[in-house]
Structures are given as C-alpha cells and as structure tokens.
Design a protein around this ligand. Structure first.
Ligand SMILES: Cc1cc2nc3c(=O)[nH]c(=O)nc-3n(C[C@H](O)[C@H](O)[C@H](O)COP(=O)(O)OP(=O)(O)OC[C@H]3O[C@@H](n4cnc5c(N)ncnc54)[C@H](O)[C@@H]3O)c2cc1C
Length: 302
C-alpha cells in the first residue's frame, strides 16, 4: 500500500532490499523462523548462504542471510506532507499546538477540551486517539473511560550512531532480532548516509540524550557482521523512544487497536503501542480504523 501511495503522490522512495544476517550457524534456525512467518504474510524473502550474501555485499561477514527483496526507504517527511495535503484538500483542518486536555461523551458524540490558548471545545462523532507514546494518557483524559482498558506504559529508548563516509553496504543490514528491538542494524537514507541503531535501553521517563560513551557498545555489535568497521567513523546521532505496553520483563509484541467492542465507548478508537513498523503500516492501520468506525473503506487506488 505504501509503495503504491508513494508512486501516486510522488513521495521519494527506493526499494533497496534488506539482509537479516545470522552471524553464526546457531542463528540460522532463527532466520528460518522469520522466513516462514514472512512467507505466511506474503513477503518475498530468500534464504541465502553466507557466500552468496558476501557476493552481493562484499563487506559483510555472516553464516547465512535472509534477503527481503521488497524492503525499502521513503522520505518520511514527504509522506507526512502528502497525507496532510490530501487531508486538507478533503476539508480537514490540522490544529497545531492544540493539546487535548480532557474529554467526555454525550449522546451526540465526544466533547473535547483543547489547550490552545483559547480553551476551544470541539464536538465530534469519532475520536481516534493516535497520541503515540502518550496514547494511554490521552485515553485516561476521557471521563468515565474504564481504567482496565488503559495499558501500562514502559519506554524502550533507542539510540542511533551515524557513520561518516560512504556506506559499506547498498542494502540494509539487520542482525537477528533481540528482545524489545531489531538489534543494532544499518539503515541507509535517501542521500546514501548510513546509520546504525537503534539499541534497546529501558528508561523510566522518555528522554532523548545520546550518550557518546555508547560508541564502544555499538562498535562491538556492528563488528559481528561488519568486521572492517572502524570506531572513529561512528558519531552520536539521535534517539527515539518506543511506546511499549507492559513492563520491560513482559510486554505486548503487537499493536493494539482498541474500539468500542472492547471498551464499550462508541466512537472512540485507541491506538496503543504503535511502534515500528507503525510508519510503514500507517495506511493499513488507517484502513482498519475506518472499518471499525463503520466509515467507507479507504480506497487503495491502483
Ligand atoms: C527511533 C525510531 C525509529 C523508527 N523507525 C521506524 C521505521 O523504520 N519504520 C517504521 O515503520 N516505523 C518506525 N518507527 C516507528 C514510527 O515512528 C511510529 O510507529 C509512528 O511514528 C507512530 O505514529 P503515531 O501517529 O501513532 O504516533 P506519533 O508519531 O508518536 O504521533 C503522536 C502525536 O500525538 C501528539 N499528541 C500527544 N499527546 C497529545 C495530546 N494530549 N493532544 C494532542 N496531541 C497529542 C504528539 O505531539 C504527536 O504529534 C520508529 C520509531 C522510533 C522511535
């Protein structure tokens, strides 16, 4: 859906492909499990030997690789602009700097109180709570919303280091996933700049500092599949925080799209735990939300 949308709206993207690599024989079974699940979901993947992988990516060291042929990169800001443009042409209004502070439901729908400097009140039939990391807080702002349906939040911070100079790989390179994240992997942006990350660091409160002292830890992780990496090419990049649901010891491993069938409040959809790949799946999530609200299915025009 996303590729088709990007084509239609001229959002820059490139299908660069991805390798998930087993750095030792003992990890090959994990690749087979991913391959089987990928195929069940109609993803085009090939399991290839370490030798075949190195022929395609000479800087790589691995025992085997899962080649995902359709993985790609997009201009995420371009995507947001395209979506916003379409929303506004359809008569939508995007109210910046207008935080929801409280809400309640009446017979005609939801009444929302906004903190926008003018205490604006909005009445609406449908509310989609897509507040990211704060979605559980926003659900709790609705009077009488049943507490038992508000998930516990925990935060998995992820830090990136950028690589100076030319990218050693033309595809994205991922290790076998670790608990809470996908492992320190290499991604490439549309300008060809490579970066490594994100790691998994459980934090009590979301914060976005990048600790230069993590360089050694990144270097060690990267060298398992790129032995020629040199530490002085790694520069502190940026950090993000994943909205996990549960606790660091036990967290949900999928998105939660919660509608009135679960919580009993007509017209309210809560999107909880929309971490990666939430951006990749944004159009599919929107379709699901529209269907649950009984709106016409969004048209996935060819
Ligand atoms: C480091 C990192 C790397 C990622 N990489 C990828 C990737 O490669 N591919 C991929 O598919 N996904 C990736 N993701 C995940 C992706 O960014 C998220 O899934 C996506 O942004 C979720 O979108 P969202 O709209 O649900 O929430 P968000 O993008 O978090 O947006 C929530 C919005 O709600 C607003 N808000 C919060 N509280 C209120 C309130 N009270 N009133 C009004 N507004 C409010 C916030 O200001 C924010 O604008 C990555 C995430 C991180 C952190």
């Amino acid at each position: 859906m996303l590729y088709r949308y990007c084509e239609r709206r001229s959002v820059t993207h490139r299908k660069v492909g991805k390798f998930v690599v087993a750095v030792e024989e003992g990890q090959i079974h994990a690749l087979e499990v991913i391959a089987s699940r990928a195929r069940q979901n109609s993803c085009r993947v090939d399991l290839i030997s370490g030798r075949q992988a190195v022929m395609l990516e000479p800087e790589l060291r691995c025992a085997a690789a899962l080649h995902s042929l359709d993985t790609g990169i997009i201009d995420s800001h371009g995507l947001m602009e395209a979506l916003l443009g379409e929303f506004e042409s359809a008569g939508g209004i995007f109210a910046r700097c207008s935080a929801l502070r409280s809400g309640h439901f009446e017979s005609q729908g939801a009444v929302l109180e906004l903190d926008d400097g003018e205490s604006t009140r909005v009445t609406t039939r449908h509310v989609v709570n897509a507040a990211g990391i704060d979605a559980p807080l926003v659900a709790g702002m609705f009077e009488d919303f049943p507490d038992q349906y508000i998930p516990q939040r925990c935060f998995a911070k992820g830090t990136y280091f950028s690589l100076s100079g030319k990218s050693p790989f033309s595809r994205m390179i991922y290790p076998v996933p670790e608990s809470g994240g996908l492992g320190v992997h290499l991604t490439i942006d549309l300008q060809g700049q490579a970066r490594f990350g994100p790691d998994v660091e459980w934090v009590i409160v979301p914060e976005y500092n990048v600790a230069p002292s993590k360089r050694r830890q990144f270097y060690d992780a990267i060298r398992s599949y790129w032995p020629n990496c040199s530490e002085d090419r790694l520069n502190p990049g940026y950090a993000g925080v994943r909205p996990k649901l549960g606790t660091p010891a036990s967290f949900a491993d999928d998105f939660v799209i919660q509608s009135s069938e679960t919580h009993g409040v007509a017209g309210l959809i809560n999107l909880f735990g929309i971490e990666s790949p939430g951006l990749t799946s944004c159009l599919a999530i929107a379709d699901e939300v529209a269907a649950r609200l009984g709106l016409n299915e969004l048209k996935d025009e060819e």
